[in-house]
Design a protein. Structure first.
Length: 319
């Protein structure tokens, strides 16, 4: 998922120049009693650190992460004994699972989608065997050929099929909208790029295991508010990403792959976002997705220490 995301951002950046709410999603918030239930999650791929699942537990323990992103490929290869040992080490370190990627090419042609769907049940079973209950992916905010309605119908159909397989194995599916204006105007036909539109798509999919991957960046560039977040319940959110935005750039000119570490500029209201997640009772992982040039080429341990410190600083705003 990370490689596909980066390729999309690379292609989109090349083209940059100077309602009613469904009841299933818009129900009242669930108060958490003020205690944080979400976890600071180690996800290496999005911060430029080699993704080595065998090292994840030690890395998380060393730098103070509270959950780790599961690798479907790695979990599939583990024997029962090896998995039992791995899970035992996680329990000893008091670590939870984050969210897996979605190993299905649902944005492309039918052949690729059909091929990936054939292998999805086995991969979903591997997640279930390991106790992983979350998976998430992002939606492209444009199409070069499909109108909004045609793209909406295609996504609803394909994501419904994916959600059914995941649901049969106890896995929830989180969907992320991509909000910068520079992204959804980059190709001919705009697509879902706001929370309200994603609510419509989730309602159309019609599976109770489908919710949001919420990203502070997209919440900010969609010009949404804390009140928008409070229309959700904790169970509507599968995964959260956090990051900050460059200062001195109007929101409508922000570019998706130019971000920063959480709390690095103060442009994004991290306290408001995390405070809303606390209030609605979100109990899943927080992943740092900064697309930061400052992290490139630095030693893995230095990157991990820097990211962990930024995430802890953000969470401290509500503790």
């Amino acid at each position: 998922m990370t490689q596909q995301r980066r390729q999309f951002l690379k292609c989109a950046a090349a083209g940059f120049t100077a309602a009613a709410l469904p009841q299933a999603i818009a129900a009242p918030s669930e108060p958490s009693g003020g205690k944080r239930r979400f976890t600071i999650c180690l996800a290496c791929g999005v911060i430029g650190v080699p993704d080595e699942p065998g090292k994840a537990i030690d890395r998380a323990t060393k730098f103070g992460f509270e959950s780790i992103e599961p690798s479907i490929g790695y979990l599939t290869k583990l024997s029962d004994a090896e998995l039992s040992d791995y899970l035992g080490r996680m329990r000893a370190a008091n670590l939870a699972w984050g969210a897996a990627g979605v190993p299905v090419q649902f944005k492309g042609d039918d052949a690729a989608f059909d091929r990936d769907m054939k292998s999805l049940p086995a991969k979903a079973a591997a997640l279930q065997r390991a106790g992983v209950t979350r998976a998430a992916t992002w939606l492209s905010p444009t199409s070069p050929t499909l109108t909004y309605v045609a793209n909406f119908r295609l996504h609803a159909k394909r994501l419904r099929e994916i959600a059914k397989v995941f649901g049969d194995h106890g896995v929830r599916l989180g969907l992320e909208y991509v909000a910068p204006k520079t992204s959804w105007t980059a190709r001919r036909f705009p697509f879902v790029h706001t929370m309200a539109e994603m609510k419509d798509l989730i309602a159309e999919i019609g599976r109770d295991n489908v919710g949001f991957l919420l990203d502070t960046w997209h919440w900010y560039t969609a010009q949404e508010t804390v009140d928008d977040l409070l229309t959700l319940r904790g169970g509507d959110v599968v995964l959260c990403h956090m990051n900050d935005a460059p200062a001195g750039i109007p929101v409508e000119q922000q570019i998706d792959n130019r971000r920063g570490l959480p709390c690095s500029t103060g442009v994004i209201d991290m306290k408001g976002f995390l405070g809303a997640m606390l209030k609605i009772g979100y109990d899943g992982p927080l992943v740092c997705e900064p697309f930061s040039q400052d992290l490139k080429g630095r030693p893995p341990d230095e990157v991990l220490a820097t990211v962990a410190a930024a995430m802890k600083k953000a969470v401290s705003l509500i503790e």
